[in-house]
Design a protein around this ligand. Structure first.
Ligand code: PMP
Length: 435
């Protein structure tokens, strides 16, 4: 596979300059990493599928894991495994240190206070925590929850459940033809009865990047609480939650090189203090008597039971790995890959791309006239190409697009230009078979 578009040679991974360091200033964002070598950090990408080299273009679904993350999880089970925050023995202290160390790394990575970061199993749990602990006790008939047409089901269904139980109604902000949010409609819909606005930072179908800082500023001025779904943002761009200024930010680990079953909810302290616990049990308490319980301080008030300790150890390693590469460089790399894929797709007759918002992320949903997306994805799989087909947990968005399914090629920094060339060759071959 060629890497003809790759830039000059670089120091090996592990000797990268810190993001924004001197070497970066000399060379510009994408010039500091030998991206073709980065693919080799991901053991799974070396395997074949159906006898063909694997091309993994499904990172919006879940991301692959670098050897450093796999090694951190392995090392935890081989050398440190114990429960957290309970045992006084050495292993217990090591496990707690590793687990809390990951919380601290993640907090630094997104520029928030460590004590305001609740560790969860992923975005779905994080959004449900806001729905059940913040929204359910507060909302009432006459209130409105504002969402957008591009939301993942994880940012729709919890609000519908809240609406059903409180009598609040759901209002929807629609999209412009290029797949960007209709900001005029959004402003018009921020009326006095709107108590909460929930929106994606980056769309998992269209790749649209929403101007969340501007939107949250406007919402705050109007007293509307904001929930940002950062699932598709964190793996692909620098995210500074303090700068976004939202009330809640939900994120997931498995799309950002970390194990499945990891994620977090960041919330403003005043919300964490005011919210009742969602799940009760061990660890989230200070004192339990049979006639009542004193809850722990946030964030532990929301973390009942034994957590996914090894998963979070892996998440800490993932944050280290991504930080060493630098998120601005990752973003630039993915934009270069996206430009290449867009250029190739534009040459294919009858291929339609859904989502053209300026500055979109490297998520490309597409359809080919007369070809069913599942057939396309199935035949591509036989060529070793992993893309997702279907509705991408976004039925209302697919309805708006007027299609029953799309194929989605979602890229990550560990993909290569050579893989895009191989993908295009496979696409042409498959298309001939389906003609
Ligand atoms: N929101 C978006 C935009 C997503 O892409 C996803 C994952 N597909 C989710 C929420 C759900 O996240 P999790 O898998 O962590 O529950």
């Amino acid at each position: 596979m060629s890497e003809s578009r790759e830039l000059r040679p670089h120091p090996p991974f592990g000797h990268l300059p810190a993001e924004g360091g001197a070497a970066l200033e000399e060379g510009g964002a994408a010039a500091e990493v030998d991206w073709s070598r980065i693919r080799g950090d991901f053991p799974l990408l070396a395997r074949e599928v159906h006898g063909k080299p694997l091309v993994y273009f499904d990172s919006a679904n879940t991301g692959q894991k670098p050897a450093a993350v796999i090694a951190a999880v392995d090392d935890f089970y081989r050398r440190h495994n114990a429960n957290v925050s309970r045992a006084v023995h050495q292993l217990g202290s090591e496990a707690t240190e590793a687990y809390e160390g990951s919380r601290a790394k993640l907090a630094r990575f997104i520029n928030v206070r460590v004590d305001d970061l609740v560790l969860t199993s992923g975005t779905t749990f994080a959004i449900n925590l806001v729905a059940y602990s913040w929204a359910l006790p507060r909302l009432k008939a006459g209130d409105a929850i504002l969402i957008t047409r591009m939301e993942h089901h994880a940012n729709i269904v919890p609000w519908q459940l809240v609406a059903q139980r409180t009598g609040a109604r759901i209002e929807v902000v629609e999209l412009l033809p290029d797949g960007s949010l209709d900001l005029d409609m959004l402003r018009a819909k921020m009326t006095g009865d709107v108590k909460l606005l929930a929106l994606a930072h980056v769309s998992n179908v269209l790749g649209t990047v929403n101007p969340v800082a501007d939107i949250c500023r406007e919402a705050r001025r109007r007293g509307i609480v904001t929930v940002v779904d950062g699932s598709q943002a964190l793996p692909h761009r620098p995210v500074d939650i303090a700068a976004i200024g939202c009330d809640f930010y939900a994120l997931t680990g498995h799309k950002m090189c970390a194990p499945t079953g990891t994620g977090a909810l960041w919330a403003r302290r005043e919300h964490l203090e005011a919210m009742p616990p969602f799940i009760g049990g061990g660890e989230m308490i200070k004192e339990v008597r049979l006639d009542g319980t004193v809850f722990n301080d946030p964030p532990r008030k929301f973390e009942a039971g034994t957590p996914n300790i090894s998963g979070f150890v892996g998440l800490g390693a993932a944050v280290d790995y991504l930080s060493a590469l630098g998120m601005a460089r990752i973003e630039a790399r993915e934009q270069a890959l996206l430009a290449h894929l867009d250029e190739e797709f534009a040459k294919v007759d009858g291929l339609r791309v859904f989502g053209h918002a300026p500055g979109k992320a490297a998520v490309v949903s597409f359809a080919i006239d007369g070809v069913h997306s599942h057939d396309l994805a199935t035949l591509l799989d036989l060529e070793g190409m992993a893309v997702r087909s279907g509705q991408h947990c976004a039925h209302p968005l697919l309805e708006w697009l007027g299609v029953s399914a799309t194929c989605r090629a979602s890229l990550a920094f560990y993909n290569t230009h050579g893989e895009i060339e191989a993908f295009m060759a496979a696409l042409h071959k498959v298309r001939k078979l389906l003609a």
